[in-house]
Design a protein around this ligand. Sequence first.
Ligand code: SAM
Length: 296
Amino acid sequence: MSHTTEATYVPIVHSASVSIEVAPVIQILEQLIEAANLSLKLQVTSIERKLSQKVRQQLSDEYQRPVFIIDDKGQLSLLTHHISVAPDWKSLQRRVVSAGRKSEMLLQACKLTDQSQVLDATAGFGHDSLILASTGAQVTMLERNPLMALLLMYEQHLMSQQANWQKLMVRLKVVCADSAQFMEALSAANQPEQEVSHSSYDVIYLDPMFPENSYENAATGKGAKVGKHMQALHHIAQPPDNTEEQRLLTLALNKVVPGGRVVVKRPAAAPLFAQSNPDESWHNDVLRFDAYFNKA
Ligand SMILES: C[S@@+](CC[C@H](N)C(=O)[O-])C[C@H]1O[C@@H](n2cnc3c(N)ncnc32)[C@H](O)[C@@H]1O
């Protein structure tokens, strides 16, 4: 999707004593920004201090907006509101390997084969995309926040260098786009070819933001604490309102093949997405996956 908006300047901070070479990291990020036409411009800053937790908090307060940091091992993270997070796909290795056994509720709900084409319409840190792609399915990952999209693209680039991740990496495609606009444009003649290889998908997956307290049990007020990744996202992404939910569900149902499905992830006790009753639902104490079938 091409961006005509003015580029956002993003600080990217590293310690002067970092033990890796920073220039190649910046070069790759700039290449990714250019190739995906992201509306971002990096402002590289080297600081004398090490990036300890205290220094990260100071940087967060100083900038008052999301900042990229490159830590002393060369890892790229997004720092926002004192929290620094990275996709860290390696940490999912065990789940990715065992996901083939369909032990994941996400996969029970999505019912994929190695021929499936999936659209993850709310990619975030890409964790669910990895589980989806572990089945052999092809996954197009949509992320509308350009900082998050760049984090995903960089992670995919890094993991593609690892021999045991390469097969999985080629099944993922990260696109920086608003998913409603992307789905609307799927059948439009003017959609740039490099971003769209399909006019419809077997499964469209939605994991939209929800209010931070949605995991709480309505009766007791207690519940699962939101993880660090979600805490960070709550500072940079908003939950959809009812109109946006309706739009996303309607578009998604129109863009799955007959017999295909739209799967929506929700906190277990959250209200129905777009106030629509699912055709089937899977849940545990924390999460719910609601599936809507294209019965055409
Ligand atoms: C709850 S997170 C998804 C987490 C993801 N499932 C994972 O496993 O990491 C939602 C993400 O979707 C993105 N998002 C929300 N609405 C979107 C939309 N309409 N189009 C594209 N991305 C969207 C947000 O910026 C955020 O990064």
